[in-house]
Ligand binder design. Structure first.
Ligand code: AMP
Ligand code: ZN
Length: 665
């Protein structure tokens, strides 16, 4: 093997190992920083040597492939449902049916039932070749590009894996990641996702795999479906899958009787809340694969497996009061304040009531005894009212008409369930929320200033909008609670340094509804300055790639408000970047620093001259002849044969126009 190829292979192997340790074994063996360095090194080697491309390289996990229509794939082995059981009797009946059909002792494997979206993975020669959703059980969607971005799915197996096999599992979204995603959505004024399961299955069908890569999904495996793998029990197959690099939870246990199965069920019924992800029961499987085969399938489910559903967790308690919260976008959420009660391992004191319609539909009143359930959602919900306990003097709930924070009359738009406080610039939670967004990491990233300090500054009357931050003085902040000389310095410095944050991030920081990071980038790139965006009409905005009516409306509405224009003018005065810098405008970067590039052939997306200019603007050097110093050749159509031969003899890589342009993104 040539040394470059060896170097690439070694890096891939090392990164794969770190990935496995971190995402499958939950045991980090390298810092994030060092991991990124090595990944970058591999990326740059692969870019220079496309001849060693591997679709399953660790660099392929960042996504980028866009699927418009998912291809339909027929499952080689049907993806069945499971029969459900709810009691000891159900399980005992099942065992009786089994014993009629097979001889000898029956042992069971007990596993947790993970609540997500099922997936079927196909491996050939140790490489992931296909990932297909369950669909209707007979055929599903090919979502390989998306599944590749999930770090716990091995792209390359290890150990003594079979040359070809299918394995089934569940794509899940652990609680922590789900909550984080929702926090980000709320900041953008978007509806939070309802539960991890739907979010996981929705993620698999996103068109842009780079978006999927950002979601903290995981894949837990539970079934090898191929025959003749030299494995004789389910329990053993789980261990094998682990050895090959799959994430298979360790909770699985063998049981010799239904009593032992129930022990497992009871244990997890009370301990499942310690798990980092949602489970909705236990799956019991006949352990012996030979017996499984003899048992076979009904029209809907295997006879050799049974799901045992955990009891829905419900309690009743008194609803003491209904209060109303104002979010950072002004959205009002009614909250039920409950008599504290134990539910699913935690003490519940509050539950969301969603909106006015929900309260009316369930006729929920203060003083009622209500049923509360912890379902797939993180926040418990009120399911209904125990009317037999309602007091004679109870009165229907009158939904508030004015903001509980600023007393402004609430509004409700056509077709929207939520009430809003329209006092955008004068309602404290909205003011605080917007400034918190402004300073957040992906926005102005102001060091030394946290969310709580922002609330303090607003409540003390020191600031009223984010432009006021730039006028704060050390003397003003020192008297604040928990503020020392040094932290005051840091705060003031952090604010001042944020004046260097590039325009696209400032635009995101403004907190215009629906303008997330990606949209902000698009708008900044297209218009280049805040003034041009302010001057753009709604029709013009809609014509920008990926900007829809909803976003365009929100942008124009934002700039129609004089107060916002005043704030922007002040930001300009303080020197905040409200237009692209010279470097950004001329497209100058150092992405190609050190590269010596030869351009050859005919190009389609850009002209030869433009191509040369791009190389220079991005820090590379254009050279007219191929030599051993050449880093790579951007090869168009009709590249001369003599150049080709020369490149080959010197071992210099050719990359396409497209690949080259991708480097600059
Ligand atoms: P249901 O959708 O309720 O019929 O349940 C069947 C589904 O449970 C399967 O399609 C799997 O996606 C899922 N499942 C979760 N955990 C397991 C497991 N350990 N073994 C088998 N199936 C599981
Ligand atoms: Zn208000």
């Amino acid at each position: 093997m040539n040394t470059i190829e060896q170097q690439i292979e070694d890096l891939r192997k090392e990164l794969r190992l770190h990935n496995h340790n971190y995402y499958v074994l939950d045991n980090a063996t390298i810092s994030d920083y060092d991991f990124d360095l090595k990944l970058k090194e591999l990326q740059s080697l692969e870019a220079k040597h496309p001849e060693f491309f591997d679709a399953n390289s660790p660099t392929q996990r960042v996504g980028g492939e866009v699927t418009r229509n998912f291809e339909t794939v027929v499952h080689e082995h049907r993806m069945y449902s499971l029969d459900n059981s709810y009691s000891r009797e159900d399980l005992e009946d099942w065992e009786k049916r089994i014993k009629k059909l097979v001889d000898g002792e029956v042992q069971y494997t007990c596993e947790l039932k993970y609540d997500g979206a099922s997936i079927s993975l196909t491996y050939e020669h140790g490489k992931l070749v296909k990932a297909v959703t369950r669909g209707d059980g007979f055929q599903g969607d090919n979502v390989t590009a998306n599944v590749k971005t999930i770090k716990s799915v091995p792209l390359q197996l290890k150990g003594d894996y079979p040359s070809k096999f299918d394995i089934r599992g569940e794509i899940i979204l652990p609680f922590e990641g789900f909550i984080k995603m929702n926090e980000e959505r709320v900041v953008l004024g978007e509806e939070p996702y309802r539960n991890p399961r739907n979010t996981a299955s929705g993620s698999l069908k996103l068109q842009d795999s780079a978006e999927v890569a950002k979601r903290p999904l995981e894949c837990l495996l539970y079934n090898l479906t191929s025959n003749n793998l030299g494995i004789s029990t389910q329990f053993e197959s789980l261990q094998k899958a682990r050895d090959w690099g799959f994430k298979v939870p360790k909770a699985a246990k063998l049981a010799n009787s239904i009593d032992e199965v129930l022990e497992f069920v009871n244990y997890w019924d009370s301990h499942r809340h310690d798990l980092p992800y949602e489970t909705d029961g236990v799956v019991v499987k006949v352990n012996n694969l030979q017996q499984q085969e003899e048992l076979g399938y009904t029209a809907k489910a295997p006879r050799w497996a049974m799901a045992y559903k955990f009891k829905a967790e419900q309690v009743s308690t008194r609803l003491n009061t209904i209060t109303y919260q104002v979010g950072r976008t002004g959205a009002i959420t009614p909250v039920a304040n409950l008599e504290p009660v134990e539910l699913a391992g935690t003490t519940v004191k509050r539950a969301s009531l969603h909106n006015a319609d929900q309260i009316e539909k369930l006729d929920i009143r203060e003083g009622d005894t209500v049923y509360v359930e912890k379902g797939g959602e993180i926040i418990p919900k009120v399911l209904g009212v125990d009317l037999s306990k309602r007091k004679a003097d109870s009165e229907p709930t009158k939904y508030i008409t004015n903001c509980p924070e600023c007393d402004t009359e609430l509004i409700r738009k056509e077709g929207e369930a939520q009430h809003y406080c329209p006092n955008y610039n004068g309602c404290n939670p909205q003011i605080i929320g917007r400034i918190q967004h402004f300073i957040s990491r992906k926005a102005m990233d102001i060091d030394g200033l946290g969310g709580e300090t922002v609330a303090l500054l607003v409540n003390e009357g020191l600031i009223n909008n984010y432009s006021d931050l730039f006028q704060l003085t050390k003397d003003q902040v020192i008297p604040l609670e928990r503020m020392a000389e040094k932290s005051a310095d840091n705060l003031i410095n952090g604010i001042s340094e944020s004046k260097n944050i590039p325009f696209e991030r400032v635009l995101y920081a403004l907190g215009i509804r629906y303008v997330g990071e990606t949209v902000a980038k698009k708008l900044a790139k297209h218009y280049k300055s805040i003034d041009a965006i302010i001057g753009a009409s709604q029709e013009e905005l809609v014509n920008v790639d990926e900007i829809g009516v909803k976003i365009a409306e929100s942008v124009t509405r934002f700039f129609e408000t004089q107060e916002n224009i005043d704030i922007i003018n002040r930001l300009k005065g303080f020197g905040v970047q409200l237009q692209m810098s010279e470097e950004q405008l001329s497209g100058q970067t150092d992405k190609l620093k050190g590269d010596i590039v030869v351009v050859s052939g005919v190009f389609y997306q850009v002209s030869r001259n433009e191509l040369k200019k791009l190389i220079e603007n991005n820090g590379g050097k254009v050279s007219s002849s191929i030599s051993s110093k050449t880093s790579y050749i951007v090869a168009g159509d009709k590249m001369g044969p003599s150049k080709k031969t020369k490149a080959e003899t010197l071992g210099i890589a050719l990359i396409s126009e497209e690949k080259f342009l991708q480097k600059l993104i």
